[in-house]
Design a protein around this ligand. Sequence first.
Ligand code: AMP
Length: 418
Amino acid sequence: MKIERPKGTRDFTPAEMAERNYVEKVIESVFERANYSQIKTPTFEHVELFEEKSGEDIKAHLYTFEDKKKRVLCLRPEATAPVCRMYAETLRNMPMPVKAYYFDPMFRYEEPQKGRYREFWQLGLELIGAKGALADAEVIYLAYSCLKKLGLRFRLELSHLGVMRGLLSSLKLSESDQRKVIACVDKKDFVEVKKIVGDETFFKLVSLRGGKKELEEARKLLHGYGKASEALNELAEITEILDLLGVEYVVDFGVARGLEYYTGMVFEVRVDCLGAQNQIAGGGRYDDLIELFAGVSVPAVGFAFGFDRVVEAMKEQKISFPKKEVDVVVAPTSSDVRGEAMKIAADLRSSFIVDVDLMERRLGRILEYASVINAKYVVIVGRKDLGRGEVTVRNMLSGEQRNIPLSKIKEEISKDFD
Ligand code: AMP
């Protein structure tokens, strides 16, 4: 019987998991040090959760199914809506702001390609209850710090949807036309945008990209457009904090984000090395989403790393991952000492990473195995040595072997671990 894994899913080897675990730890430690705590939401939710505000793109790619009671459920395609639902259901009495992060698989029925999967992981955070430039800047800063800590080269592109929306409102576009325009700008489909927006100011705005100079140009361009220029002031305030924190960014008024719930600052992180799927993180402010579930308005901001892409970008950029290390292999030389060998391994495991022969191999083969897995020491357990209360410790790097009393094995091995 040949059964293959479903399209768009992956198996991860031990070596790949070691890399992924390292990246996860680095990012989570940055989050934890800023006092964010991990949460979990269910893998499937009621489909309505994503129908209202997640946007056409996500809706078109849902994994939907009916359960035995004919409820329509779907595998979660993203985590922000579930976190908002969870906030409304269970987190409302927590002290504000709620600072939560998650690391979970997401599911989207998309056409798989490099960097795009049907099951993929997002590691992201949400900051609930805080509004204003400082909260926005903190979230951007955390995304930036994680990627710097991992050693990646990347571009952080920053905008504010209030600028685009403010201008579109002043141009008297209906809410549904505004949504369409923002979705098209996100896909860089300007032919479609031209069918809805005639005004040149809009096209000048979305092509503005740079730093302080472009912010100033936008200010001139939007002079007299009340809401848009208010949003612009907020964006400028965020950039001032980012400057203080040493965060490098590009202001890009063409950044729109595909998800419909964003209301304010938005940002995306891109790398050059991943081809078409080069966006490794995305996020922004969504001040109206929680009200949908909680009935009261609660401001919020967050972002998610496309975790798989972060790992892939690191590989493309030849960033090295720490190697998995095995300190010791315990090698019984005959079957009558296997139990003792296992006991020695169990003791050593309080201080080291210890493998023990489970294949009943001869010593020569165990030494070969130890060398293949890059073990630093082999502890050879023989009947005669044991009779004298000793074992033989072999340093795999130098090839040197020494007889060591049982009580001194840890000491002998620790020499190299200072
Ligand atoms: P989104 O929820 O669409 O804003 O996506 C956030 C991040 O998740 C993106 O920046 C991507 O890095 C990643 N991402 C989105 N869709 C996929 C996918 N199908 N496969 C892998 N990563 C994805």
